[in-house]
Write a protein that binds this ligand. Structure first.
Ligand code: SF4
Ligand code: SF4
Length: 201
């Protein structure tokens, strides 16, 4: 989650917002303290009644605020209405908009998510991922850029489309793939250590 710049209008909108019946981040987020992988429903989700361990929920659950809750999206763009959880993320070269589909295919089925992506792609890359097979470093994702350019990445292959027409195929730089593999391996290692610690408690 990137820190948003001060904006009185956004902050006014955020003050009026509440998660209500939405609990999509409880599916999308990884919660190491619970051994919960990204993309899997949390065992403590209680539907419209919210979190079953609200008073003692882990720190990440307390701190997390999606872009809608921070007032950065329109009122009717709450994740349970669009099918995707949206965040601003900091990368090595700036910001990107991250759209995480709660279910595969949500982006293509959601005019609201497409409208959000259209608003942002002229300012920053918009990355669309689903939350299936998050431990697979080769799983596919899409990046929407300005000028109607889209990158579709799968494994080490990138296909580049302009206005829906394939214009180039190339390989992902090896350093990018290595970075993804190292990050996933480190996360798995950390989850195993936490699980071991819980088993010894
Ligand atoms: S995805 Fe956003 S609106 Fe939905 S429960 Fe999480 S923080 Fe609240
Ligand atoms: S512990 Fe509660 S707030 Fe955290 S992911 Fe599970 S249901 Fe959501």
């Amino acid at each position: 989650m990137a820190r948003l710049e001060a904006d009185p209008e956004r902050e006014r909108r955020a003050a009026d917002r509440a998660c209500g019946t939405c609990s999509h981040c409880c599916t999308v987020l990884r919660v190491d303290e619970l051994g919960k992988a990204a993309g899997r429903d949390c065992v403590h989700q209680r539907g419209e009644r919210g979190c079953g361990i609200h008073a003692t929920r882990p720190t990440i659950c307390r701190a997390y605020r999606c872009l809608w809750l921070q007032g950065g999206l329109e009122e009717d763009e709450r994740p349970d209405r669009t099918g995707g959880v949206v965040d601003l993320e900091t990368t090595g070269v700036g910001l990107r908009l991250a759209i995480r589909e709660v279910r595969p295919g949500a982006f293509d089925a959601s005019p609201a998510l497409q409208a959000i992506a259209a608003r942002y792609r002229t300012q920053m890359p918009v990355r669309i991922t689903d939350t299936v097979d998050v431990d697979d470093p080769d799983r596919p994702f899409r990046v929407l850029l300005a000028d109607d350019v889209e990158q579709r990445v799968a494994g080490d292959r990138i296909e580049i489309f302009r206005e829906g027409v394939l214009i180039e195929r190339k390989r992902l730089p090896w350093a990018d793939r290595l970075a993804r593999r190292v990050s996933i391996a480190w996360r798995s290692h950390r989850l195993r250590r936490l699980a071991k610690g819980r088993a010894q408690d």
